[in-house]
Design a protein around this ligand. Structure first.
Ligand code: ZN
Length: 109
């Protein structure tokens, strides 16, 4: 059995500086300090949404643990639970039409 090993991605020091500065900007704009995994996951989701791979939708806070999400595709509104420690962006599916959505929680949480 072959095991999948994690390989380091080689980046140049200038790439690293650019990423560092983006992470700093993100932390300044959101007021939160996050680790690299969270940062890259959030940026990847928001980036894919910006590229049109996913539909980006905004959420309205409903309670401390839930948000109202309006589907970009069919227009229906559904309630989504937001576990504590959730990243800024969540990938989900509309329960009505099954459209893939990226929910931008912004600074709601
Ligand atoms: Zn829908």
């Amino acid at each position: 059995m072959t095991s999948t090993r994690q390989r380091p991605i080689s980046i140049t020091s200038s790439d690293r500086d650019v990423l560092d500065s983006y992470k700093r900007l993100y932390e300044e704009s959101t007021g939160e300090s996050i680790d690299w995994g969270k940062f890259l996951g959030t940026v990847a989701l928001l980036g894919l949404a910006a590229a049109g791979v996913y539909n980006l939708v905004r959420a309205n806070k409903r309670s401390p643990q839930t948000v109202d999400v309006e589907c970009f595709e069919c227009g229906s509104t559904f309630v989504m639970a937001v576990p504590t420690g959730t990243d800024r962006a969540i990938h989900t599916r509309c329960p009505e039409c099954d459209a893939e959505l990226v929910v931008d929680l912004g600074t709601l949480y």
